[in-house]
Design a protein around this ligand. Structure first.
Ligand SMILES: Nc1ncnc2c1ncn2[C@@H]1O[C@H](COP(=O)(O)OP(=O)(O)O)[C@@H](O)[C@H]1O
Ligand SMILES: [Mg+2]
Length: 223
């Protein structure tokens, strides 16, 4: 369960202040797939960065499981990002000189998982998201956009996170491939009991998620 309470993030811009996230409260249950929609500049990416503990809020709290992540420091924060969160980005962000398999193994290496287990889990995850044995040994440049995003999703799942955060994960894909990627995320939310929060521009996709939040100027608009 993620519980966000009175969350605010204010940026100073010259002598004015931008209330990027302006007193937002909501919750998402374990295994739920939630989407965030809203115009450019409405605060979607800022909200994801706060949920991923990439940025500190100006005020408010974010509980993930039984932890208030806004109170974590240093080691606990690094550990939270490494073990509890998986990130998926619009541009896939795979390491170009590593194979698909090595890309998925990498976060497990940082988390101290033994090599044999890393390899086994990475193979299983890549099969799970639909990559053949041959494709698993290719570098990202030799995979299609949809396949690269599948690798990124497998990588996000590698450390069995409680929460997956995705920022416009289908933004670079054609609509049919995008829909398949969303179906995959939806399925994984259920089978892995992972909460997924995704930002999307695609209203037809947002309409199919368990919960949709609309942001407007940093405020949550009830749907
Ligand atoms: N690091 C920053 N410094 C100053 N202003 C920022 C920063 N990040 C975001 N903003 C501002 O906060 C608002 C929300 O931005 P963002 O979360 O990126 O919106 P979205 O992802 O919905 O397009 C915008 O007005 C943006 O200019
Ligand atoms: Mg954004």
């Amino acid at each position: 369960m993620i519980e966000v309470k009175n969350l605010k993030k204010t940026f100073a811009s010259g002598d004015t202040q931008v209330h990027a996230v302006n007193d937002i409260s909501f919750s998402v249950a374990d295994g739920q797939f939630a989407s965030i929609i809203g115009r450019s500049g409405s605060g979607k990416s800022t909200l994801l960065s706060l949920l991923g503990a990439l940025e500190k809020p100006t005020s408010g709290s974010i509980s993930v499981g039984d932890q208030d992540i806004t109170k974590l420091h240093d080691h606990a924060l690094i550990s939270y990002r490494a073990h509890k969160i998986g990130f998926v980005f619009q541009g896939y962000n795979l390491v170009p000189n590593l194979t698909a398999l090595e890309n998925v193994m990498l976060p497990m290496e940082f988390a101290g998982v033994p090599k044999k287990d890393r390899l086994e889990r990475a193979k299983a995850l890549l099969s799970r998201v639909g990559l053949s044995d041959d494709q698993q040994l290719r570098k990202p440049a030799r995979l299609s956009g949809g396949q690269q995003q599948r690798v990124a999703i497998a990588r996000a799942l590698s450390n069995k996170p409680k929460l997956i955060l995705a920022d416009e994960p289908t933004g670079n894909l054609d609509s049919q491939t995008g829909e398949m990627i969303f179906e995959l995320l939806h399925e994984l939310a259920k089978t892995e009991n992972t909460t997924i929060v995704t930002v999307t521009h695609d209203l037809s996709i947002a309409g199919k998620t368990d919960k949709t939040f609309r942001l407007n100027d940093g405020k949550l608009v009830k749907k």
